[in-house]
Design a protein around this ligand. Structure first.
Ligand SMILES: *[C@@H]1O[C@H](CO)[C@@H](O)[C@H](O)[C@H]1NC(C)=O
Ligand SMILES: *[C@@H]1O[C@H](CO)[C@@H](O)[C@H](O)[C@H]1NC(C)=O
Ligand SMILES: *[C@@H]1O[C@H](CO)[C@@H](O)[C@H](O)[C@H]1NC(C)=O
Length: 155
């Protein structure tokens, strides 16, 4: 982030996502504008603004710099990149995953990012998981697109 002083950084969306301890959670990061060729998009998922969660560089997953806390626990979906879907699945959620996740999309000279406040709750509270689908819009104000909830909120 700090090295990218010459590009504009736009907060496109900020939302809360609920996760259940011990389960998986899908952290949505969707881009609704003209989909740049996925090879031209860099995606940086960060936790609390510094820990490296998951990187997609020129269309390839790159986890060499990933924080050990997230080792083997993140997955993105290369087949979906072309649709602007840079969501990740975080596996085996623990209480310490609580916090703010950012998905930064960099292409051309712009970075758009969304912030997801992930609230971890214990598995014994039987509430319907709320998992909203969020879409980035290149034009502010931001457009929220709600998709039907996945059956369990985890995958
Ligand atoms: C991640 O998975 C690899 C291959 O299955 C394994 O060798 C490694 O120990 C795992 N790392 C962690 C931190 O679980
Ligand atoms: C994004 O991709 C993931 C993994 O394929 C999928 O589960 C999710 O439904 C997709 N989101 C949308 C809005 O298509
Ligand atoms: C996660 O953070 C929220 C809000 O800060 C808090 O209410 C909740 O108890 C935390 N959960 C865990 C498991 O730490």
């Amino acid at each position: 982030l700090c090295c990218r002083c010459l590009i504009t950084l736009t907060l496109a969306l900020e939302e809360t996502v609920e996760a259940v301890e011990g389960r998986n959670v899908l952290l949505p990061c969707l881009y609704s504008g003209d989909i740049p060729k996925s090879k031209e998009v860099d995606v940086a998922w960060r936790y609390n603004d510094d820990k490296n969660v998951h990187d997609i560089i020129e269309g390839n997953v790159y986890v060499d710099n990933q924080d050990p806390v997230f080792k083997n626990r993140t997955e993105s979906f290369p087949d979906a990149y072309g649709k602007g879907n840079f969501s990740i699945r975080l596996s085996r959620v623990s209480g310490s995953d609580n916090g703010t996740y950012s998905c930064l999309l960099t292409f051309a000279s712009d970075t758009l990012y969304i912030k997801l406040h992930v609230k971890v709750r214990p598995p014994d509270q039987h509430q319907a998981p709320s998992s909203e689908w969020l879409t980035l819009s290149p034009i502010l104000p931001v457009v929220h697109v709600l998709f039907p909830e996945p059956p369990t909120g985890d995958m």
